[in-house]
Ligand binder design. Sequence first.
Ligand code: ZN
Length: 371
Amino acid sequence: MTAPLAVVYHDEMLEHRPPGLEPELRDYHARKLRALLGELVVSGPWKHPERPERLSDLVEHVRGIDDGRTLWIEPPRADDEALLRAHTPGHLKHLARLRGKTRMLSLDTTAVSPGSIDAAYRAAGAAMTAVDTVVEGRAKSAFALVRPPGHHARAAHFRGFCLLNNVAVAARHARAAHGLERVLIIDWDVHHGDGTESIFESDPDVLFFDLHRAAPYYPGSGALENTGRGRGRGTTLNVPLPEGAGDQAVLRAFDEILEPAARRFRPDLILVSAGFDGTREHLACRWSTAVYAHLTRRLLRLADELCRGRLAMVLEGGYHIDPMRRALEQCLFTLVAPDRELPPVQRNRTGLPAVDRARDFFVESGLLGRR
Ligand SMILES: [Zn+2]
């Protein structure tokens, strides 16, 4: 029987414990992290924001709200063959040298502890398992609850707490292992998925749609004009949003940019880089937690229309546990019961002109077809 939802998770991902308590690193961390996450990181006792509780609290919450219809799956670790579809051999060698060690990888306070490499391999394996689950029809949709996150990791570089690009590995796995031709990746994490963009910028078989707070906000990339390179020209769609952008902007971007682009692209699978850091507590945008239910419903409908309902989501960022928990809950409740009554979204119209500008730019560039 097909479950409405599979949740893919393994405790090994809690063994990634990036250092953050050493006094000698504290000022350095605080400076870097302020650039990454704003002022929210400097209050309270110091801890690395990408901490195990981000995931363990979410998993505990999801187990608590599960009414028995969720299929829980423990994923294997990804193997090197799968990772090499999105990463270089040099990157995997670098990871192998870090196994069992504690190291600051310097850039953006990305760091590892002795369990981090296995955790990262497990996270990539979880994203692949989410794909397997929906393609094989074991569940209608799947959510991989993972850490470390992935969307800032490039083929050959760590960045922004990310070691391996989970969603990129999953997209390439879908093509290689299941013979799917085209994959649509939607990145609704509030930070631009620079790693994912760089991996797929020349790949015409992956359409990458990314909503994010505009540069100079971290990571400073994701300009509207970057629409891909070479054969991949036209398969990267960045929608940069201003500070404080609200629900109406996000929904319009989905309705007027993502949906026509997806229909034109005709994906065989929809993957989501699902960060939950668009809420006001994260000090970048001001999305409600309810908007994640509305986005999820739109994606379910799009998946039903275009790719036999195949929809797999992979956790990315989110550092305030309470709003993350509520946003994830909105998403999962909608995956389990797509026709449920959804909570109202906010009327905040901040960001609408930026979305209109992006839509007009893509239409003029011929990327959405005719209006
Ligand atoms: Zn983020």
